[in-house]
Design a protein around this ligand. Structure first.
Ligand SMILES: Nc1ncnc2c1ncn2[C@@H]1O[C@H](COP(=O)(O)OP(=O)(O)OP(=O)(O)O)[C@@H](O)[C@H]1O
Ligand SMILES: [Mg+2]
Length: 228
C-alpha cells in the first residue's frame, strides 16, 4: 500500500521504434523522485505516458489529479500572471490566486504578461499554476533548463521549500545531477529504454543548497553520472 501511490509495471511506449520498454516504478505518497538520462533517452516520453498523452502498453496506476509543467515555458502569453494562475484553479478564486502569487514571490507583478518576466519568474508562474490546482501528482520536465546556474540554484531552493511544504508526490526530469540529488528522495537513471538504476538519497530534508559541497554528495554525483 505505502509505495502504491504511483505504480508503473512493464510500461512500454512505441513510436516508429520502441522508446520505453519494461519500465517499473513504485512511489509512495509525497515522495519526490527525479529521472536523469541522456538527451533522447525517453524522459519526456515517460512523463507523457504517465500523463496519458501517448499510447502505452503495460500498467500505470496513479492519482487522477495530476499537473504537468512542460519542458518549455507553458504559460498563456495573452493572459497576465494572475489570469495564468487562476486558470489552474477550479473556480476563478481571486484570493487563492493571490496566495499563490505570494508563494511564488511575484507580488506586484500580477498584471504583467509572461513576456515581461524573466525566464525564472515565468517558470515560477508555470509551477505556481500547476500547484494551484492542488494536484496529487506533479510532473516537471526540466523546469529550470533555460536558466543560468545562479537563478537555477535559487529556483532549486525555492522548489525545495515548496515541495517540502506541499508534500505533493513529484516526478522531476532533469539533466542536472546536482538538482536531482538536492531535491529527491530517489534518483533513477533512464537508459536503454528503462529505469535502470535507483539511488536513494540519504540526506534529511529540507536540504540546504550547500550540501552539494558535501563529500557524500559528490560521491553520489560521481556514481550517478557514471551510470547515465
Ligand atoms: N511523438 C513522437 N513521435 C515519434 N517519435 C517520438 C515522439 N516523441 C518522442 N519521440 C522519440 O522518442 C525518443 C525519446 O524522446 P524524449 O523526448 O522522450 O527524450 P528525452 O529524454 O526527453 O530527451 P531530452 O533530454 O532531449 O529532452 C526520441 O528518439 C524521439 O525522437
Ligand atoms: Mg525531454
Amino acid at each position: 500500500m505505502a509505495k502504491e501511490h504511483v505504480s508503473v509495471k512493464g510500461l512500454a511506449v512505441e513510436f516508429n521504434e520502441r522508446v520505453l520498454e519494461d519500465v517499473f516504478l513504485q512511489m509512495r505518497k509525497g515522495e519526490f523522485v527525479s529521472i536523469v538520462g541522456k538527451s533522447g533517452s525517453g524522459k519526456t516520453t515517460f512523463l507523457n505516458a504517465l500523463a496519458g498523452l501517448v499510447p502505452v502498453k503495460g500498467e500505470i496506476r496513479r492519482p487522477k489529479q495530476l499537473a504537468m509543467v512542460f519542458q518549455n515555458y507553458s504559460l498563456f502569453p495573452w493572459m497576465n500572471i494572475k489570469e495564468n494562475i487562476a486558470f489552474g484553479l477550479k473556480e476563478n478564486d481571486e484570493k487563492k490566486a493571490q496566495e499563490i502569487i505570494e508563494k511564488i514571490g511575484l507580488c506586484g507583478k500580477e498584471y504583467f504578461y509572461p513576456k515581461q518576466l524573466s525566464g525564472g519568474q515565468q517558470q515560477r508562474v508555470a509551477i505556481g499554476r500547476a500547484i494551484a490546482a492542488k494536484p496529487e501528482l506533479i510532473l516537471l520536465d526540466e523546469p529550470f533548463a533555460n536558466l543560468d546556474s545562479f537563478s537555477r540554484m535559487q529556483m532549486q531552493d525555492w522548489l525545495n521549500g515548496i515541495a517540502n511544504e506541499s508534500k505533493t508526490t513529484t516526478i522531476l526530469v532533469t539533466h542536472d545531477v546536482d538538482e536531482a540529488i538536492l531535491l529527491s528522495d530517489r534518483v533513477f537513471v533512464l537508459k536503454d529504454k528503462s529505469l535502470q538504476q535507483e539511488f536513494t538519497i540519504p540526506f534529511t530534508k529540507p536540504r540546504k543548497n550547500e550540501i552539494r559541497y558535501d563529500q557524500l554528495f559528490q560521491e553520489l554525483k560521481k556514481e550517478i553520472i557514471k551510470s547515465i
